[in-house]
Design a protein around this ligand. Structure first.
Ligand code: HEM
Length: 219
C-alpha cells in the first residue's frame, strides 16, 4: 500500500526569528518562501491580500515595499542587500521593526503563542454581528487604538536608554501592524468594521488566514 504521508510535501518551517503573524501565515501557507524573498514578489503577494486594485493597490504596494526594505537593517549594506536580494524573513527578530515587548506579546521570542495575551486582546473588544448573522468578539479601529496604547504603556520603564530612543518611533511602526490587519481581515464596513478575535487566534496559533484571504492570494 502506498505511503500517502510520505508523498505529502512537508509543511514549510516558520522560523521563530520571523515574529510577524502575517508573514508567518504567508510562509506556512507556501505563499512565499521562508528565507530570502525578493521585495517585488513579497509586495505583490501581500498586495493581493488587500483586495485593492488600481491606485489604492499601488499606494499599498509602495508602503509594503518600504517596510520590507528596512526590515533587516537600516545601514547602507543592509539596504543594498534588501533591494538586490530581498527581505530575509527568518532574520527579522531584533531588526528595526522589532519592538521588543511593546507589541501584543502574543508571540514570545521563541514564537510560542501566549493564550493569556489573546485573552487580554479580547478584553479590548466588543461583541459584533458578523456578516453571516452570528455574534462574535472583535476589535474596531478605536478598540485597536486603545489596545496599542496599552501595549506601548506597559513596556514603559522596562529597558535601557537605547530602548527609550527606539520607543520614539514605535507608535509609527504600530500603525503598519494591527490597523493594517483590520483593513485586510476586518469584517463589516465603516465604524462597525472589526477584527475577529477568533480569526486573530487562528492566524497566530495555526498560522492560517481566513478562507476569503486565501482566495485572494490564490487569484
Ligand atoms: C500588510 C502586511 C502586514 C500586516 C497586516 C502585518 C501585521 C503585523 C502584526 C499584527 C504584528 C503583531 C504586532 C504585535 O504582536 O503587537 C506584526 C509584527 C511584525 N511585523 Fe508585520 N505585518 C505586515 C507586513 C510586514 C512586513 C512586510 C514585514 C517585514 C518584512 C513585517 C515585519 C514585522 C515584524 C518584524 C514584527 C514584529 C514586531 C514586534 O514584535 O514588535 N510585517 N505585523
Amino acid at each position: 500500500m502506498p505511503d500517502l504521508a510520505a508523498r505529502e510535501a512537508p509543511a514549510p518551517q516558520v522560523s521563530p526569528d520571523n515574529p510577524c503573524p502575517f508573514l508567518r501565515a504567508l510562509v506556512a501557507g507556501n505563499h512565499v518562501g521562508s528565507h530570502v524573498v525578493p521585495l517585488p514578489e513579497l509586495t505583490r503577494t501581500i498586495d493581493r491580500t488587500t483586495g485593492k486594485t488600481g491606485l489604492p493597490a499601488l499606494i499599498a504596494g509602495v508602503q509594503i515595499f518600504l517596510v520590507a526594505q528596512i526590515a533587516n537593517g537600516l545601514g547602507p549594506l543592509s539596504q543594498l542587500r534588501s533591494l538586490i536580494k530581498g527581505a530575509i524573513l527568518d532574520e527579522l527578530r531584533n531588526g528595526p521593526l522589532d519592538k521588543h515587548g511593546a507589541g501584543s506579546r502574543i508571540l514570545d521570542q521563541h514564537a510560542v503563542v501566549h493564550e493569556d495575551e489573546i485573552t487580554r486582546l479580547a478584553t479590548f473588544g466588543k461583541d459584533y454581528k458578523s456578516p453571516d448573522g452570528s455574534v462574535e468578539r472583535g476589535l474596531s479601529a478605536s478598540d485597536i487604538k486603545a489596545f496599542m496604547a496599552a501595549n506601548f504603556q506597559r513596556s514603559k520603564d522596562e529597558h535601557s536608554w537605547t530602548y527609550a530612543i527606539r520607543r520614539c518611533y514605535y507608535p509609527l511602526l504600530m500603525l503598519g501592524e494591527w490597523p493594517v490587519l483590520l483593513d485586510i481581515m476586518g469584517k463589516g464596513e465603516g465604524r462597525d468594521r472589526y477584527l475577529s478575535v477568533a480569526e486573530v487566534r487562528t492566524l497566530f496559533v495555526e498560522r492560517r488566514f481566513p478562507d476569503r484571504i486565501v482566495a485572494l492570494l490564490n487569484r
